[in-house]
Every structure is written in structure tokens, then in C-alpha cells.
Write a protein of this length. Structure first.
Length: 120
């Protein structure tokens, strides 16, 4: 689908990090990088060195629990989405191809992906 191009499942800490944190493998589902998400997610205000449509890939781990435990949990930088499905449909720019692949899935396949995201 291409989601993992940005929501990179696995990261490994540097051997030069503090002793307890060095050489650790963890699974945040983010590359920690900025991406141009297109006009869909542009809010007309640049922050720091980022343009108005650039956002850092958020980690997906634990998001399912947050959505499960809170009635008013919101997704994306301005909280405009309240479900994984909605959040994916707002993806544009560098993520447009991934969104289109998601849109081309059958409802059952979309549900399976959303179910997977809820278990991270
Ligand atoms: C080009 C990089 C890129 C690709 C490809 C991509 N995403 Fe994202 N994703 C992002 C960025 C950046 C954000 C944050 C956007 C914002 O905050 O407005 C995000 C936000 C999200 C969120 C909301 C997370 C939160 O904490 O608010 C979900 C869920 C998500 N993506 C799932 C997916 C899925 C599923 C796919 C594949 C169909 C996908 N993404 C493909 C970069 C990407």
C-alpha cells in the first residue's frame, strides 16, 4: 500500500545513544520525517522550517488504545479526523498514491487495515 514508506514499522536506536537507550529496536510506525501532504492538509501557516503542508509522520503505535478509551480523541495535526478511515482519506501530496490504493480496496479490506491499525 505504501503506508510503511512513511509509517516505518521498525526503528533502531544509535549505538551512541545513552547506555540504556543504545541499540534498541522498537516499532513506532514512523520515519520521524517531514512530508509534504499536499493541499488537503495545508493549513496556510508554516511552523519553523516546515511549509504549511509539511507534517512530521506521527507514530501509529498506541493510537488504537487512545481511540478506544476516549470518546473525543482526534487525529491529524488539527484534530479534523476522528477515525482511522477519515485520517487516511485526508492524505494527499506525497501520500496521494497510498490514499488512492486505500480507496481502491474493498470495504472488507479497508476494515481489515483499520482493524490492524487499532491493534498497534
Ligand atoms: C508520504 C508519507 C505518508 C504516507 C505514504 C502515509 N502517511 Fe499517514 N501520515 C503522514 C503524515 C505526515 C501524517 C500527519 C498529517 C497531519 O498531522 O496532518 C499522517 C497521519 C496519519 C494518521 C493519523 C495519525 C495521528 O496521530 O493523527 C493515520 C491513522 C495514518 N497516517 C495512516 C496511514 C495509512 C494507513 C497510510 C497508507 C494508506 C498512510 N498513513 C500513508 C504521512 C504518511
Amino acid at each position: 500500500m505504501g503506508c510503511a514508506d512513511c509509517h516505518t514499522p521498525r526503528q533502531h536506536t544509535s549505538p551512541d545513544a545513552a547506555e540504556l537507550l543504545a541499540n534498541q529496536t522498537f516499532f513506532p510506525f514512523t520515519d520521524l520525517l517531514l512530508h509534504d501532504m499536499g493541499p488537503e492538509l495545508s493549513d496556510a501557516v508554516g511552523e519553523g522550517g516546515a511549509t504549511p503542508s509539511e507534517w512530521r509522520t506521527p507514530p501509529l503505535w498506541g493510537l488504537g488504545l487512545i481511540l478506544q478509551r476516549s470518546d473525543d480523541a482526534r487525529l491529524l495535526h488539527d484534530g479534523r479526523a476522528s477515525t482511522f478511515h477519515e485520517a487516511i482519506l485526508w492524505h494527499g501530496g506525497e501520500a496521494l498514491d497510498a490514499r488512492r490504493r486505500y480507496e481502491a480496496l474493498s470495504p472488507a479490506e479497508q476494515e481489515a487495515l483499520v482493524h490492524f491499525l487499532g491493534r498497534l
